[in-house]
Structures are given as structure tokens and as C-alpha cells.
Write a protein that binds this ligand. Structure first.
Ligand code: NAP
Length: 475
């Protein structure tokens, strides 16, 4: 950092102390301002702050060597804290790290600060980190510092400071963007809202389909419905059907997008908003597929026994006395080919899906180059979908063959329809002629450019790149 390695912090609370600690570790000198400037009190709370200087706010703001000052106090104290020093504060750059209780689309804390003190150089930064993230050294905490300010020089200085503190600065632009930065820590799982609702609807939908199937079956047969098996055996079926449907639905939009690009003859035509959102939600839908798959495997592992899955086990009969039929005892402990095949393919599919899930973590994705990431998310993803479909087909094929006419109404067949469609579309897309044509479009080639002339303005018809320009990969 150019110039002084001296930084001021107003406020000796949790965040102020964590900031001071981090700055000291990174080679900065720190002056903290407090209403009660007593170093021994600070050391008793945090012994590593022994080298900090503690002053009053007045002394800190009057110190000409301090250019950058963190406002580590709550925003409702900003005005009362700074009003007595209206002239001194104009020489400093203030970093507003405060958060709000409720997000606002019309104002932010630093904008109010500038309104109260016109000309004040304010930078919004560090508010998206926690005191814990500041304390943790190399891992375990968030690493990005989002920065917004109307003063580009101040923004650059704070970016350098953040970098020297071991963080990655992200320039968020002008101070107005502070509204988004203040909303960020208050948003619960950003972007997960409607994918969660969507996945829940799929799960509920499968439960309804299964309920109808069970009602029809038990009305026709002499068997009695056993409520005892609802918590595991019946739920497991809905969980399994949901997992495969979600995995297929996370890959379907990529194939549809490819076909749309081929039909449009360009990649520059914007997709409908709902479709764009679906493309963006592929990661979440895929992770929910992983969640349901793990749930399915856990339940299956628990009830894997001949009692539940008789058709998966070899049948052994013992006659008492020998060679008579007085008493016949059926027992089976070893699996047959159907059972072993279903489980083996299922386990492989789960492992592959776990790799997909892991690579969608930002920290893992960051160490993959584009080709590696695409290999995992696209190629491995389709292989996973194939294995998941094979898992269901191996399990259900004997039943389908026993009664082909009723096959279409079986839930096991219904859940394979979307995976079949997706795998078929992918097969078509990788054929040399169609794949080559698609590659050409994705490199920017356009089949036709129609120029619309309106007044004296000439505009290209296809100019809007979709926000989801990476349509062949799935997170
Ligand atoms: P805190 O522990 O309550 O500390 C606030 C400090 O502000 C107090 O220790 C006090 O320091 C000072 N203060 C209190 N009343 C004041 C007044 N009337 N005038 C001047 N100074 C006063 O809160 P915190 O957790 O450190 O949070 C501080 C700021 O950081 C908040 O705006 C918060 O939104 C933001 N933030 C905190 C975190 C976090 O993880 N804690 C994360 C992101 C952002 P003295 O007694 O030394 O004067």
C-alpha cells in the first residue's frame, strides 16, 4: 500500500477488535478510538491487541497521519459520533462496515452519511464479512470484500488495503450499490427461493401420483394397505422418483437452449425470462437431486432385506422333513443379479453425483480450469444421468416386461421419460453435423442478421446475449 501503513478504527466492539487484530497481523499500525480509551481494558478482552494505540475519537480524527478510518460502530451512532468534527472528517476516507436490520431499495447507510456530511469520502466495504471471517487466517471464512464508493481513488485505496489484508476485493461500483451490499447479509440463501419451491412441488407431485397408484392398486387387490411401511418404504419411492426427475430437469434446459440456438441460428437472441431463470437454477436443482439421492440411499440401505425387496434376493426353500412338503420355509440372504445390478449402478451414480455437487462449490470450482469444469459438469453429468436412469431401468424392467400394456402407467416408467428425452437430445447434439453446427453458433456465427431500420437508427436484430451464456454446462 502506498504511503502510510497506519489505519484508524472508531469503535472497540467485536468487529472493531477483529479488524484491529487482522490489520496488526498484516503489518499495519492501528489506532482505535473509543469513548473509553483504556488500553488495559482492550488487552483484557483480547491480549493480541497490546500493540494497538487507543485514543479518543477527537484525537484520532485530528491525527494527520491517519487517512483511512473504519467506522466500526452502529449506523445510528454515525451522526452523533462525527458531527463535532465536521472539518477534520473531510481529510479522511471513511469505511462504512455497518449492516442494517432490514434491507432498503431506496437508501443505504453510507448514502445517508454523505447526505448528513456533504463531500465526505465514504467507501462501503467489509460489511459482508463477519468478525469471525476477519479473525480466521487462511481458511474457514469468506474471502471477498465487496467495495462501493463514488470516489474512485478512495475505492482503489480500499481495494489495495483489502488485498493486503488477505482478501479479494470486488469493485461494486458507485455508492448506490451499497444498498445491494447491505441487503446481501440479510438475504436468506440468495437465488434458492423458487428452485426450492419447484423441487418441493416435484416431490409433492410424485407423492400424489404414488397415492393415486396405491389407492387404485389396493381397491383392486385383496391386500390391505400397511401404514407401518409409510415412513420408509413408501416415502423412499417418492424420494427416488424426485431425485431422478430433478437431475433430468437440471440437464433439460441446457439441451433445450442448444436446440433453441440451432433453431434461431444465433446465440445472441435472448431466452424468455422464465427459461433464463431455469438455466440459472440448474445448480440448485442439481444439488437438490443430490440431496434426494442421498436420502434415497440412506433409506434403502436401512431396509435392504428380503422382507422388503423379495425380488432382489435369491429364493431358497427348505423342506421339513427333507423332501416333503409338510413344512416349507422360504429364506433368502444373497442377492440375485437384479438386486446387485441395481445397487451397483446406483452407488456409482451417487458417487458421480457427489463429484458434480463438490465441483459446484465455489472453492472447488475456482481451482478447475474451464475445460476441467466443463468436463465434470457437462460430460460427467450426462454419464451420471445415464447411470441414474439405468439404475431405475434395471430395477423396473422385469415389472415392465411382465405387463407391457400397463408399463406407461407405472411410476418407474413415468420418472424415466424426462431422462430418456434429455439423453436422446444429448445424443442428437453430439452427432458431428449438429454438434459442429452448434459449435459454430456458440463461437459467434449467425445464420442471418436482419437489420431493422427505424428512423435514423440501425439496430442488429440479435444483439442481446442471454445472461446465461454458458448453456452447455450445468452449474
Ligand atoms: P458492538 O460489539 O456493539 O460494538 C459497537 C461499538 O461501537 C461499541 O463497542 C462502542 O465502542 C461503539 N459505540 C457504541 N455506542 C456508541 C456511540 N453512541 N457513539 C460512538 N461509538 C459508540 O458491535 P459490532 O458487532 O462490533 O458491530 C459494529 C459495526 O460493525 C455495526 O455497524 C455492525 O453492523 C457492523 N458489522 C458487524 C459484524 C460482526 O460480525 N460483528 C459483521 C459485519 C458488520 P466504544 O465503547 O469503544 O466506544
Amino acid at each position: 500500500m502506498e504511503g502510510s501503513k497506519l489505519v484508524g478504527i472508531i469503535g472497540t466492539g467485536d468487529f472493531g477488535r477483529a479488524l484491529a487484530n487482522r490489520l496488526l497481523r498484516c503489518g499495519y499500525d492501528v489506532i482505535m478510538a473509543s469513548r473509553n480509551p483504556d488500553l488495559s481494558r482492550l488487552i483484557s478482552i483480547n491480549p493480541s491487541l497490546a500493540s494497538v494505540e487507543v485514543k479518543t475519537t477527537k484525537e484520532l480524527l485530528e491525527d494527520p497521519n491517519v487517512e483511512i478510518v473504519f467506522l466500526a460502530i452502529h449506523s445510528w451512532n454515525f451522526e452523533s459520533c462525527l458531527t463535532p468534527f465536521k472539518t477534520q472528517i473531510q481529510q479522511k476516507i471513511f469505511i462504512d462496515i455497518s449492516n442494517r436490520e432490514r434491507p432498503s431499495k431506496t437508501e443505504s447507510n453510507p448514502e445517508r452519511l454523505v447526505e448528513a456530511f456533504p463531500g465526505l469520502r465514504v467507501v462501503k466495504a467489509f460489511n459482508t464479512l463477519s468478525a469471525y471471517a476477519l479473525e480466521s487466517d487462511t481458511f474457514g471464512g469468506a474471502k471477498q470484500v465487496l467495495i462501493a464508493s463514488d470516489d474512485s481513488t478512495a475505492r482503489e485505496k480500499i481495494s489495495t488495503l483489502a488485498r493486503e489484508m488477505g482478501f479479494t476485493p470486488i469493485d461494486y461500483g458507485v455508492l448506490r450499490a451499497a444498498r445491494d451490499l447491505e441487503a446481501y447479509p440479510l438475504t436468506l440463501m440468495y437465488g434458492w427461493g423458487w428452485p426450492t419451491l419447484f423441487c418441493l412441488c416435484i416431490f409433492i407431485g410424485w407423492n400424489i401420483v404414488l397415492c393415486i397408484a396405491y389407492v387404485k392398486f389396493y381397491m383392486r387387490s385383496s391386500h390391505k394397505f400397511k401404514w407401518d411401511h409409510v415412513p420408509l418404504a413408501y416415502v423412499n419411492k417418492a424420494v427416488c422418483l424426485t431425485a431422478i426427475t430433478l437431475l433430468a430437469l437440471s440437464y433439460l434446459p441446457g439441451c433445450l437452449a442448444a436446440f433453441l440456438q440451432i433453431i434461431n441460428g444465433t446465440k445472441y437472441k435472448r431466452f424468455p425470462t422464465w427459461f433464463d431463470q431455469w438455466l440459472k437454477a440448474r445448480k440448485m436443482i442439481g444439488l437438490y437431486a443430490l440431496f434426494f439421492s442421498v436420502w434415497h440411499v440412506a433409506i434403502s440401505g436401512i431396509y435392504m432385506s428380503p422382507g422388503y425387496l423379495g425380488s432382489w434376493f435369491e429364493s431358497t426353500r427348505v423342506h421339513f422333513p427333507e423332501n416333503t412338503s409338510n413344512f416349507v420355509y422360504d429364506f433368502s440372504v444373497r442377492m440375485n443379479l437384479r438386486g446387485e445390478g441395481t445397487i451397483s449402478v446406483g452407488i456409482l451414480a451417487l458417487l458421480m453425483m457427489s463429484i458434480l455437487g463438490l465441483s459446484s462449490l465455489p472453492s472447488v470450482g475456482a481451482v478447475l480450469n474451464w475445460r476441467e469444469w466443463r468436463f465434470v459438469q457437462s460430460h460427467l453429468g450426462y454419464v451420471t444421468l445415464f447411470l441414474v436412469t439405468a439404475h431405475v431401468v434395471i430395477f423396473a424392467l422385469p415389472g415392465w416386461m411382465r405387463d407391457p400394456t400397463a408399463m406407461l402407467l407405472r411410476s418407474t416408467f413415468m420418472c424415466c421419460v424426462i431422462p430418456f428425452i434429455v439423453l436422446f437430445m444429448k445424443l442428437v447434439l453430439i452427432t458431428p453435423c449438429i454438434g459442429g453446427y452448434l459449435d459454430k453458433i456458440r463461437r459467434g456465427w449467425e445464420r442471418r442478421k436482419s437489420h431493422k431500420v427505424s428512423g435514423n437508427q440501425i439496430s442488429l436484430k440479435y444483439t442481446n446475449m442471454s445472461s446465461s451464456d454458458s448453456v452447455d454446462t450445468f452449474t
